[in-house]
Write a protein that binds this ligand. Structure first.
Ligand code: ZN
Length: 171
């Protein structure tokens, strides 16, 4: 079973295993705020319900949890499979990654400099800077927020009903 870990502010941070949740609970780092009704845990002396949602006792800096892997697939996902230059949505095989500031001009491989572009726009742009071409990015690239990260990992699998109230949108 998986457990939703919330920040002290009730903001969702990440999904952890129930084993990890129990360890955090016994270390008094989290409170259990939702449980799975029909799942019981047995230890030598006690029986209790499996945690579904736990909340940290102390606030943690959210940046620490922004560890969505920096991959092609995740960048497409962040950009909603749309080219950041023409705004059109494409199938994966028609999309490429583009360095906003080209590598040859000192651009880096970071969330802020790599965007989804269609083959057409990418070819047109080539090694040029967008300012020189008079084109604009339709949105500023950034690392996805943590709730996007959570949605990404659970994708369209069934989200436990105990989690729903803590997630911004489960569409
Ligand atoms: Zn395009």
């Amino acid at each position: 079973m998986q457990v939703l870990l919330l920040n002290n502010t009730y903001e969702p941070l990440k999904i952890i295993s129930w084993q990890k949740a129990i360890i955090l609970f016994f270390k008094q780092k989290v409170d259990i705020i939702e449980e799975y009704e029909n799942k019981l845990l047995h230890s030598e002396r006690i029986i209790f319900k499996m945690p579904a949602v736990v909340r940290l006792n102390k606030y943690v800096n959210i940046r620490k949890y922004q560890n969505l892997r920096f991959t092609k697939e995740n960048i497409f996902f962040r950009d909603n499979y749309c080219c950041v230059y023409c705004g059109k949505r494409y199938q994966k095989d028609q999309l490429t990654l583009d360095h906003v500031i080209p590598l040859s001009k000192g651009g880096k491989k970071t969330w802020n400099n790599i965007v989804t572009a269609c083959n057409h726009c990418n070819n047109k742009k080539g090694d040029q800077l967008i300012d020189q071409m008079g084109i604009k990015l339709l949105k500023k690239p950034d690392a996805p927020p943590t709730h996007t990260y959570i949605h990404f990992y659970i994708k369209l699998q069934t989200i436990p009903h105990q989690w729903k109230v803590y997630l911004p949108s489960t569409a």
